[in-house]
Structure formats: structure tokens, C-alpha cells
Design a protein around this ligand. Sequence first.
Ligand SMILES: Nc1ncnc2c1ncn2[C@@H]1O[C@H](COP(=O)(O)OP(=O)(O)OP(=O)(O)O)[C@@H](O)[C@H]1O
Length: 589
Amino acid sequence: MRPATALGCRFRMKPLASSPLLGLFRDFSQGYAALFAFGFVLPFLYMAMSFIPMGIMERVGTSRNASTLVMLIAIAAVVTITYTLLEIVRAQVLERMGTVIDQKLTRLCFDAFNREKRGPGGTPAQALADLQTVRRFLCGPSLSALVDAFWSPLFVIVMFAISPAFGVLILALLAFSGAASVATHYLAAGHLKAAQRMEAEANEFGLAVSRNAEALRVMGMLPWLTERWYNLHSEGVGWRVAAQARAARIGLLPRIVQNGQMIIVYGLGGFLFLQGDIHIGVLFVVLMMMMRAQGPLQHIITNWSAIQSFWLAAKRLDGLLRGIDGRTKHLSLPAPSGPLVVSRLVGGPPETEKPIVNDVSFTLQPGRILGIVGPSGAGKSCLSRLVVGIWKARRGQIVFGEQDLSHWNQDELGRHIGYVPQDVEFLPGTVAENIARFDPDATSQKILAAVELAGIHDIVRLLPQGYATRLGPGGHTLSGGQRQRLALARAVYGLPRLVVLDEPNSNLDAAAEQVLGRSMQALRDAGAAVIVVSHRISLLGYCDDILVLNEGAVQAIGAREQIFARLPRLKNPAPTMPPVLNLEAARAS
Ligand SMILES: Nc1ncnc2c1ncn2[C@@H]1O[C@H](COP(=O)(O)OP(=O)(O)OP(=O)(O)O)[C@@H](O)[C@H]1O
């Protein structure tokens, strides 16, 4: 563990080093130490300010000397300006540190939550919200209030020095408002939790409806869905109103006490004055100190939920970063050259206990095309996802170019892999950017080579702004077939060594399918290993080998003609007949 020096003292960094998030703050330890020091200087300046009204009353009131008044006002002005400037500097330092920490964190977290989708950071939306919460806290007044609260006892001590009665009064007020807030928090916590749960449920439901609004509208479902959403929403509002009502009931007494504080101080002060214990001018000092001693604590109490949210958000982000930190660091490996060897592969979606793919083995040489066929739900897409490394294998091995897939740095390996998933999505950006995978070093030649290989000149030519046409939400809408063909161009960008196509022809007509077949052949000729999942016999004609998958296991594997000979139904699939429905019985039920 590396000892660090801050504020001139050395301390062990064990807790910081064991937490990636806190580790990030290590670089800013001197900045935070400066903030703490500011927190120490500011109270003294504030005390100096609070003694000036008393000085004016005492000195000017008795001497009636104008020059004393001017001098005191000049001192007050200097102290006030210094205090204000220091407060501004502190806010700026906080803002700058928050911004730099945010810059570092944002990159790390964006990368982390896109790799570890189901990690402790929750959903990407949650991780983004957590980032905002952490940033707001680090740059906002809550952190200053926490530092100021640390120095609040100084004011209590001064009040005890003025009169023990004032000291006891401030302690009693602090204890009372603290206890009242804790009670409010606990009494309303259950209701607030229920409100948040219902609000989240209503939001999720609302988003799902708006994503599918067109289809739901034409089926006349909107009135029922509106009713369903409204019920969820109103339940959330109901819990929130109930929580506020509880908080208001218990918060009434503290509010009365807070509003009557001045009267209490004047009453006690007047009594002490009559006893001859204090000078009447001390009352100004006491009032100002009272405000300053309570201010940060009040802020913390009022913003307790924000502080709690920061804590929870920071813990989640820390967990997310820990997941990334704990991953094996991979060495850079040379571009894979050699066969894809899948041995006794077992695996499936991480969220399911039972593996979908069971004991699958095959070898695919570079320059060959393997077709994967099988009934719906056989596990073809799951196998494709395992092969490209989206999911980790539970057992077995995938070796590509003599290296185990798990030994590769994911980002580097990705450049040697092309993948067309069943559901194609494009990101907000131009056609050229999407084809080039948003590679900042993309060249026109590389993009054109991909377009050539995928044979999609005709599609790009017909787009409103050609390669500059914007895709994604709010951009140009592509047809299903256009999407698949553009996705093929993205998959073959940079001529990867392994190309996996999951039903790349499900939306293609016969002509486009032929173009796809030619692209596969061109990839094969360029030495790539190609895997294609397809139901259509027409595409299997381009394959060298065929793997028949059934219930996640290999039913047959071999050269195309050999498999066609063994399973002639593959070559001449019988039209699937829908089961005959007993319409009368269906209507009756
Ligand atoms: N992300 C997932 N989470 C849970 N289960 C999944 C997931 N993806 C697939 N499955 C399940 O795995 C099984 C195989 O699905 P898969 O999509 O691999 O089948 P397929 O052979 O590609 O079918 P199709 O030809 O209809 O596309 C199915 O029972 C499916 O419900």
C-alpha cells in the first residue's frame, strides 16, 4: 500500500486503495484538505463580523465618536469582503474539482456499465443517474455544509464562553431539531419508499407503452393502458401525499421553535441582562452565532435525502468500478490466424440457470462458411452469442487463432469480429459513421471497401443524403431489409477474421439474398471464417459445412452435401402445416 502525504502528514491509503471510487479522489486529497482549511478560517471571520455590531453599540454608543464608527465600519467591510471572496473561491474550487472528478468518472462508468450490463451498478440509466447524483453532491453546497458542520462546535464553545445559558440553549435547539428530523425521516421513510417504488413502476410501464404506442393504438388498447398507468401513478402520488402529511404533523413543533428562536434568544438575553450577566449588545453576537452554528446542520437535515442518495449512488458506482477493476488485464495479442475451435461448449444467457447450449463442439477453418440450422428455439442465436463472446461460456472452450477467447482484450478482439444480430440497431450518427463502427480513424477507403463487400451501393445511393444520412432516433428510417444489409456492411468493416450472421436474410428478397450469398463467398475468399444462422435453404447453398442444432445440442455436423444426404428434409423442407384448429371449440371457450 502506498502511503500518501496530505496536509504534511503521512497516512496509509488502505481504504482508498480498496475502493476504486475513493481511489479516484486520492488525486484531489490536497484540494479537499484546502476546503477543510477554508472551513476553519471562515468561522473566525464570521465571528469577527458578528462582534462588530456589538462594538458599534458599546464603543460608539458610549463615546459618540464618529471616527470610531468609521473605523469599525471599515473593519466590518474588510472582513465581510474577505469572507465573501473566500466563500466564492471555495465554491469555485469545489466546482472545478467536481468537474475533473466527473470527467474521470464519466468515462470509466460509461465503459463499465456497457460491459457489465447486470453489474452492481444496475441498469445503464441507473448508472447515469448515479453519476449525476455524485456530481451534484461533489460540486454543490452539501459538501461545504458538511465541512462547515465540522467546525460548528467552535460557535457553541464561544456561546458557552459568553454565557453557559446560551451554550445550553444552542445545544438544546440543535438536539431538538436533530431529533425531530430523525423522527420525521423514520416515520415517513416507509411511505416514501412505497411512493418511489410505485413511481418507478408507473414510469417503466409508461415508457414501455410509448415505445410500442403505434401498435397498441391500432389495437384499441390505449384507453385500458392509460387507466392502468394512471392507477400506478396515483398510487405513487397517494403514498407521497401520505408521507408529506406525516412529516408535516411531526414537523409542526420544530417549525414553531425555529420561527420563535429570536424571541427565545431575546427573552433569555433580556433575563441575563437584567441579572447583570451580559451586555445588551451581546444579543447581536448570540443571534448571529446561533444562525451560523445551526445553518450547516439545518442544511444537512433538510438535504438529508440528497446526502443519502449520494451515498447510495457512490456505493453503486463503486461496485460497478470494482467489477471492472477486478477483471483480468489482458495482453495485446496478434491478429488471430487459424481456425475457430469450439470444444464441449456449455452456456447461455447469464440470467438463466439452465444452460441453453449443451456440449457443442465444432471446428471452423478460415476461408470456410458454416451454416447453423435447427428448429425455432433450438439455441442457434444463443450459440452465436457465445461464439462472439457476448456471453461467457460456463464450461468448455472457444479457441480462435490458437488463443482462448477469454484471453483476448474484448475491444481488440472486437476488431477481428463481425456480427449481425437478429435485431439490428443503429446509433444516432451518419450512415458512414455507423458502417465504420464510429471508428475515429475510419477512412473513406475502408468504408467503401465494407460497402463493396456487403454489396449495398444501391441502398446508400438511394438514401436522402447518401453516406451523410443520419440514422437512429429522429433520423432516417430504414426498412427491415435495408437495416440488415447495412448491418452486414458494419459487420464486414475492416475485413474481420470471424463473421457471425444471425438470420441476416430474414427480411431480404431473393435478389438481396443472392447479394448476401456473394458477400459471404467474398468473405470466404478473403480468408474469413463465416458462421451463418438461417432457416432458408437458399442461403445454406452457399455454406461449406452445416451444423444441425436441436435443443441446444449438435444433432449433425459435416460437409453440406453430406448433411443434405443424411437429412434430405433440410434440402427440401416440408411446408410446415399449422395444427388444425377446432374453431367451434375455440369460440365456445
Ligand atoms: N436473453 C435471454 N434470456 C433468457 N432466455 C433466452 C434469452 N435468449 C434466448 N433465450 C432462450 O433460449 C432458447 C433458445 O433461444 P434462441 O434465440 O437461441 O433460439 P433460436 O434457435 O435462435 O430460435 P429462432 O430460430 O426462433 O431464432 C429459447 O428458449 C429462449 O427463450
